[in-house]
Write a protein that binds this ligand. Structure first.
Ligand SMILES: [Fe+2]
Ligand SMILES: [Fe+2]
Length: 281
């Protein structure tokens, strides 16, 4: 019996969190999802994640949160990174950085174990250690009995992400890309049984530029003037992919993109909380 793993791309701001609150519970039910992995590096005002938001994501149905280059933008997340097995930091930064490089959690039924890790890319990104070396260490450390292995490769270049898929072919069940906030149409299962997609796209507002208000970005680009980029609000979608994996072998059987438009903030519980500070939008 195979398991269904839902991978969700970068949750951006309050509207991205609201889209998860609105859509995730139904999606888990309808698609019989066994595990949800979600990149939440942009959840707090477009950059970082707070412990309160992390707990809300778990409440909505996320099983493991992954992060990216904005991992420590909200310093207080070190509390969750130090305490919870439900969140991982990028595995190729300093060995002394707070947080797990990989984790193993049970599926929702409790019948199977799944390992999850994330890594940063090196191309057009801030300096990070080699993800190619880091993945060898991580795959060697995960208990051999845990066959189902999921990697979030948080990177800018499609080529680097496709290469990581091939590098892990037959050794990881799912390799999905995040960070660019643009969904790609290349979801496929490689011949060794690794389900890949270059980028899941973001869970946030598409009526802008990578989640930021388009008029601010355009002003900055056309005038060269420094401009704060606020989070856009409209055309909010949940983006990700569902991979089906045989947990006895760890081989993926299929992968399918998911993109669902949110109806709007009126139906979410987050809307009712009027005490959000500006930086939490
Ligand atoms: Fe990122
Ligand atoms: Fe991101």
């Amino acid at each position: 019996m195979s398991i269904n793993i839902l991978c969700i791309g970068d949750v951006v701001g309050k509207c991205g969190r609201a889209a998860l609150a609105e859509l995730l519970p139904g999606l888990i039910r309808q698609r019989e999802i066994d595990l949800v992995v979600c990149n939440a590096e942009n959840s707090a005002g477009g950059s970082g994640l707070t412990p309160a938001m992390f707990n809300k994501l778990l409440h909505y149905g996320v099983d493991v949160v992954t992060l990216g280059d904005h991992v420590y933008r909200k310093r207080e997340i070190t509390e969750s990174l130090g305490n919870s097995e439900r969140i991982v930091r990028p595995g190729n930064i300093s060995a002394r950085a707070i947080g797990r490089r990989w984790t193993v959690v049970p599926t929702k039924s409790g019948k199977h174990q799944v390992a999850v890790a994330c890594l940063l890319g090196q191309m057009y990104m801030k300096p990070a250690d080699s993800p190619w070396s880091a993945i060898e260490g991580i795959l060697a450390e995960i208990p051999p009995a845990v066959k189902t292995r999921v990697l979030d490769f948080h990177a800018e270049a499609s080529s680097e992400k496709i290469a990581m898929g091939w590098h892990c072919n037959g050794r990881a069940s799912v390799v999905f890309g995040t960070h660019t906030h643009i969904p790609t149409a290349d979801a496929r299962v490689l011949d060794g049984g690794t389900a890949c997609i270059s980028d899941l796209g973001m869970t946030g507002p598409y009526d802008g530029v990578l989640g930021r208000m388009k008029d601010r970005v355009l002003y900055a680009l056309t005038t060269s003037m420094p401009t704060p980029f606020q989070i856009a609000k409209n055309d909010v979608r949940l983006c990700g992919a569902i991979a089906t994996v045989d947990p006895t072998t760890g081989r993926a059987e299929s992968i399918e993109r998911v993109e669902i438009k949110a109806e709007g903030p009126a139906v979410t519980e987050e809307k009712n909380n009027s005490n959000h500070k500006r930086h939490e939008e």
